[in-house]
Design a binder for this molecule. Sequence first.
Ligand code: SF4
Length: 385
Amino acid sequence: MNNRDISSKSTRRDCSLYIHIPFCVRKCRYCAFYSIPASVEIQRQYVSAVKRELAMTAYKQSFDTIFLGGGSPTAMTESLLLELAMWAGAKIKSGNEFTIEVNPGQTNAELFKKLKTTGVNRISIGAQSFNDKELEFLGRIHNVADIVRCVEDARKAGFENISIDLIFAIPGQTTTDWKHSLDEAVRLAPPHISAYSLTYEGDTPLVRALAAGQIEIIDEETDAVMYESAMDTLETAGLVQYEISNFAKAGFECRHNLRYWLNKSYIGLGPAAAGCYDGKRTENVADVQRWLEAIDAGRFAYETQQSLSAEDIACETAVLNLRTRFGIEPVAFERQTGYDIQKLFAAPVMRHLNAGLLEWHEGRLRLTRAALPIADKVLCDFAAI
Ligand code: SF4
């Protein structure tokens, strides 16, 4: 990753596209994202409305990166998914990153071959664990054999840029279990791996089971040990940690997500999709029917819409930049936000430098390795002035 690339100023001609596909055949136990099972007719209406929603933005240029996420894009019928991917693929700058998230229980060799023809060039696989019991606990619809087959099929179709998502701190999981998942993921040699601690959010069956005393949360200390284990194992495997939860071989960092962390513009399409465009942060209503009704009536389906002040943008940019191992480059930060990082955040910068949680590295302010497991505790000091 060229430092100049990640610090260039965002302009109107510099925008990414996120399409939220809000369909899943079944909810996973821990999932607080908006997704529903949907009939073919609803999927058809959805694809048509996504196209109209983009037309409503009047954005006519090609996108820097495109991400089809969810939900489960692969929960759609193959023909509708390919129609959507083909339509999106025609809107990306030549050779740029076009990712699709796939559920390993819903892919086959043919699908990958067809996706290859749409311009998709990055596959993000929601593997989560290499232990069938953990997958069952999480309520996933796939097993370990599905993950292995999914990676093989994607490779055979010619996809090189493959990412595997993993979850740790699953109730009942030991540090040895987690190391097994890490080692199995590494054995498949994807150039990108993400590792997230299980979160307890919203009104999910997992949260309810915890409240009822049916499961026990992994304690903070063990969670930190598991995170350290991910950092050690993945770095040893040649995957460099470039963000709190993301590791990649050189050149395989997720460019779409890097743009989020650089606080660059992106348009979000689909129910529950977030966007940040033209100085506004928006979030679409998390309801397919209401979203369809709004688009059919020629209206945006925003649930929330926030105009960002210069201070908001500076705070967001600081927090997002600090998530990455590139950190904040002061000149680029000032060019993007109009603020001097050392003046704007003088007190927290000094405090965390003294505490060994921030450091200057090659002219950039970044979290130290010791701060990574407790990153949120540092970042919250940059969330507001
Ligand atoms: S597949 Fe993903 S989006 Fe769908 S229910 Fe499971 S975690 Fe949620």
